[in-house]
Design a protein around this ligand. Sequence first.
Ligand code: SAM
Ligand code: SF4
Length: 327
Amino acid sequence: MQDQFGRTIEYLRLSVTDRCNLRCRYCMPEEGVTGLSHSDVLRYEEMLRVAAAACRLGIRKVRVTGGEPLVRRGIVNFIAQLAALPEKPEITLTTNGMLLAEQAEALKAAGLSRVNVSLDTMRPERFKEITLRSGLEQVLAGIEAAEKVGLLPIKLNVIPFVDFNDDEIVDFARLTLEHPWDVRFIEFMPISSDLDYASRDGLSMDAVEARLRTTLGALVALPYQRTSGPAHMYRLPGAKGRIGLIPSVSGHFCGDCNRLRVMADGRVRGCLFDNHETDLKSILRDGGDDQALEDLLLAAACAKPEKHQINGKDFTTPNRRMHGIGG
Ligand code: SAM
Ligand code: SF4
């Protein structure tokens, strides 16, 4: 499947719920969200039809996300069904890790390849401050369990904020000395302008790199690998793991974008920042056949904009929050 700019689309991000068991202050309002109603959310069999159509069109990797995907009941069985699709796509998961310890073994057995765990701090009080819940221990246990069952490599996603958790950048980077993990720093993106952290400054990846070089010295740049997506990868000398820097705002990687995003209500976005969406639910529920579904997915791919306009003068924040799009 190609878009109108010649990019090959082979990566599907599939959000299975807009709900979450944390309240990260940059992602969700404290009181939670009214959320999609039960009937608005695609049933698993509908999502599977979408994923199957997408795989026939050339999708090779499906990332299950949310909200928090592990809060949706039946998620393990759904992942097993995704992994069993004839094209055998790689199935990955982005999670906050809260329910990972109890599900890691079953997820691995279901065919999940690996997990990305989002963790912005390793200090319990700060964890509570940013997520408005306790649970750091649970997340750490989740990471340990994922490693034990072989959901590898573990990727940790960290968003550094000025004067909030930027004093932990070096601690996070040092984790790679002892663990074969990818610790990935991601620039905070201008989404959800109504939330607490919207006005906080995220650190640019140039600033993160400078901080790491000043404190830790040599940082060896690694050759580009497609599996690392938009991350620039580095290794500290002798480290078991790697450090990734993802300049989501300051970088220009739209030219290599290979993604489509299907949200829990069955709408497809070609770009996080583009409010244009293609609705699949009516086809799914009104007896549309597989050809009609594939045609809509192709149309969604064709509608992908050439690049985001974050730094442009006409930029407005997306009309959905991150927990609703899936990151
Ligand atoms: N709940 C899961 C989790 O937190 O990993 C999956 C969904 S969450 C929306 C996916 C990712 O989006 C998380 O890594 C989160 O930190 C990130 N995220 C949320 N809001 C963001 C923002 N404004 N800029 C950059 N990343 C953001
Ligand atoms: Fe939930 Fe993930 Fe958003 Fe945090 S970032 S509130 S864990 S969806």
